[in-house]
Design a protein. Structure first.
Length: 167
């Protein structure tokens, strides 16, 4: 049977590893910033300067009955094909889409005329942690970064406790 001190050291080490694993950061991008998911939202180049990464999320905010979000393929995106193959569909008015693979992702609104009026979005998702988003400005929302800063402190405390108990 393990000595109680060994059990405590083992548990502290497990906690430290778990905390360190959670240090990877992810960003939640509010599509369209304060204007939300709306016609012509991307005319100002909403994606310019943004680096989307696996693990990030897109948050689509819009009037529940006014719009939808559909993930589609490149050809359906280009043609604004509302009847095409949908790889995902959301219509709650507050949708969070996980970016779980690399490559291009295409989104459109499936309400008639909306895609043709500019309510469409293409992003290129990269591997790895996303770069910090732009600094917040008074008239737009900055991406929300979720970094487990407290996890570093917890991991450090667990390692100190493990070292102290080992002696």
């Amino acid at each position: 049977m393990a000595h109680p001190r060994q059990v405590v050291v083992l548990l502290a080490a497990i906690a430290a590893v778990a905390c360190l694993a959670s240090l990877a950061s992810a960003t939640q991008w509010m599509v369209g910033d304060n204007a939300g998911w709306s016609p012509k939202f991307n005319e100002s180049g909403w994606t310019d300067g943004k680096k989307f990464a696996v693990g990030d999320t897109l948050k689509f905010m819009y009037g529940k009955d006014a719009h939808t979000v559909a993930r589609v393929g490149k050809d359906d995106f280009a043609a604004c094909n509302l009847q095409g193959n949908q790889l995902g569909f959301w219509d709650s008015g507050s949708d969070v889409v996980q970016l779980n693979s690399t490559g291009k992702m295409w989104f459109i609104c499936t309400k008639p005329g909306h895609c043709l009026n500019g309510m469409k979005l293409v992003i290129d998702v990269q591997d790895g942690a996303s770069a910090p988003g732009p600094s917040p400005s008074p008239d737009s929302s900055a991406p929300v970064s979720y970094a487990a800063g407290g996890a570093l402190a917890a991991a450090g405390a667990a390692l100190v406790a493990a070292a102290a108990l080992a002696f």
